[in-house]
Design a protein around this ligand. Structure first.
Ligand code: SAM
Length: 284
């Protein structure tokens, strides 16, 4: 058995784990169950060394000190958020957007020239937002008449940094259809880097900013056409889910759509007034 003194050097005490779990749930809405404890400890070690604290517990004891708090909260959020994403993740949503949602939204505008607004509200590294951009650009090339603006928001500054650069490693491109690969990605001049970048035409229409879905109000237009809120609600408590969905819907124009992840169709019981078009697609 390890001596207790070594344990405190490597592990968080129960009290300190609770401090972080309560802080994160209060600020971000994400629950941190005991099962996440090892992951949290593992990811925090690097930060503890960088700040020259002797162990994790000393780090937590100093967390609320003055200016240090805001910076550390940002780091903690980067550490605890799950940022898994993909291009064309849950592809049926993009088919629905192309074949049903956009035609119906354009029809409702009575054929007038329209600028559609789309929002990827837990955008992670931007793959969801750039997938939307690829599909919309392709529609325009194929004769649909509209302009569009895409907003990506997330609480994690680390993923937003990646989203803004739009530089990815080639291995994430597998789900992208062949013609889109050629049209929408540029290879790095340094072939050995294995990196690609989204073309400037799509980057120009896609903007990112930091936003917390837990905030009381969102600094976003109230006539958004389609909101993607996928694979983030599952981390929230039921009441938080309800508030977030209600607030997101208040940013949709009448007839606008909310798309949630495949394991998040509970949104319907959270807000029964919403019209459920498909299990994970809702309309206001
Ligand atoms: C699993 S990723 C999903 C990314 C993308 N929507 C998809 O489905 O591929 C969840 C994202 O939600 C973000 N997130 C978690 N809590 C958030 C909050 N309170 N406000 C905004 N974003 C949050 C995380 O930083 C993470 O990037």
């Amino acid at each position: 058995m390890m001596p207790a003194v070594q344990d405190t050097a490597v592990h968080l005490s129960d009290r300190h784990f609770r401090t972080i779990a309560e802080l994160i749930e209060g600020q971000v809405g994400i629950k941190l169950p005991q099962g996440k404890r090892l992951m949290l400890e593992g990811r925090l070690h690097k930060r503890v060394r960088a700040l020259k604290f002797s162990d994790l517990n000393e780090y937590v004891e100093n967390l609320f000190e003055g200016d240090h708090f805001e910076t550390e909260l940002t780091h903690l959020i980067d550490v605890v958020t799950t940022n898994k994403t993909d291009f064309f993740r849950e592809p049926q949503h993009f088919t629905f957007m192309r074949e049903v949602a956009i035609p119906s939204l354009l029809k409702a505008r009575g054929g007038k020239s329209a600028t559609l607004k789309l929002w990827s509200s837990a955008s992670s590294t931007g793959m969801e937002a750039y997938t939307i951009a690829m599909v919309l650009d392709d529609m325009v090339r194929n004769g649909s008449r509209f302009q569009y603006r895409i907003l990506g928001t997330d609480i994690s500054t680390a993923v937003l940094r990646l989203a803004k650069t739009a530089i990815y490693t080639r291995d994430v491109l597998a789900p992208v259809p062949e013609p889109f690969l050629k049209r929408y990605f540029l290879s790095s001049r340094n072939k050995a880097s294995g990196e690609v970048r989204v073309v400037p035409e799509l980057r120009r229409t896609t903007h990112f900013m930091r936003m917390n879905l837990m905030d009381k109000s969102y600094p976003v237009d109230r006539d958004v056409d389609i909101i993607f809120c996928r694979n983030v609600l599952i981390y929230f408590e039921r009441e938080t889910q309800r508030k977030v969905v209600e607030q997101l819907c208040s940013h949709l124009r009448p007839g606008g759509y909310l798309l949630v992840g495949h394991s998040e169709s509970m949104v319907h019981s959270a807000l029964p007034g919403l019209k459920q078009v498909q299990p994970t697609i809702f309309q206001v």
